[in-house]
Design a binder for this molecule. Structure first.
Ligand code: AMP
Length: 234
């Protein structure tokens, strides 16, 4: 099976973690969801977690050098037979440039950068009603409008919790940070011809199918990561 190297971009609420879960069950991928990774560190009260907690409460980004160091260490440890899916990294142009260099060094050319687009209004609605189902493996999002999923979570012994950064004033700050810091990445990858945009407004299964189509087409012609030195054959 083709080894994919995928970046998922999209504003908070666009459904990156839902799509990550769907992709993970279909492809051999090592997944790096940096937000969830940091929330786990917060729970375990590690040094990184204690630092991250302050940024979560404000809705702002951790410093680039810290996130680059974390991702570098973890990507280096991915088994060679697995692809990589990045959800939440990169989030700034500086992170993207560091990632280009790292992927080049690891001989892991990008297969696709997928931008999930969603209006601010839809993002606010999704985040405002988002709860996490915890206690059933990796936490996953449910929406208060979808009472069936909420009940299923509880019935299976899960807990429904609100992410601290899904509080209304933090949501607005996260959307602002996305517009200023992360949105430029869309242009960055577009310029290098590796970007595919899809609407995140549909249901998760339809969005997933669109991503699968992109990956099927991308598999035939792997994309050399933008930026960075000429690629040599592994
Ligand atoms: P997420 O779950 O992806 O929305 O991320 C939650 C929070 O984790 C963000 O608001 C940031 O504070 C932090 N975070 C996650 N990924 C990154 C990153 N690549 N760079 C900086 N901060 C990050």
């Amino acid at each position: 099976m083709t080894r994919h190297h995928i970046i998922l971009l999209g504003a908070p609420g666009a459904g990156k973690s839902t799509q990550t879960r769907l992709l993970q069950s279909h492809y051999p991928l090592a997944v790096f969801a940096t937000g969830q990774m940091l929330r786990d560190e917060v729970k375990r009260e590690t040094a990184l977690g204690l630092l991250a907690d302050g940024y979560f409460k404000k809705g702002t980004l951790l410093p680039d050098e810290i996130m680059i160091a974390v991702i570098t260490e973890r990507l280096r440890a991915v088994p060679t037979d697995k692809g990589v899916l990045l959800d939440g990294f990169p989030r700034t142009v500086e992170q993207a440039q560091a990632l280009d260099t790292l992927l080049h060094e690891l001989h892991r050319p990008l297969t696709a950068v997928i931008a999930l687009s969603l209006s601010d209004q839809d993002a606010v609605h999704r985040l405002g009603g988002r709860r996490m189902c915890e206690g059933l493996g990796d936490p996953f999002p449910v929406h208060v409008d979808d009472q069936e999923s909420v009940r299923a979570c509880l019935r299976l012994g899960g807990r429904i919790v609100t992410r601290p950064d899904d509080e209304p004033e933090v949501i607005l700050e996260r959307l602002r940070v996305y517009d200023t810091e992360t949105q430029p990445l869309i242009g960055y990858y577009e310029q290098h011809g590796v970007l595919s945009r899809i609407s995140a407004a549909g249901n998760p299964e339809d969005v997933h199918q669109s991503i699968v189509e992109i990956l099927n087409n991308a598999a035939a012609s792997e994309i050399v990561p933008p930026h960075g030195p000429e690629r040599t054959t592994p």
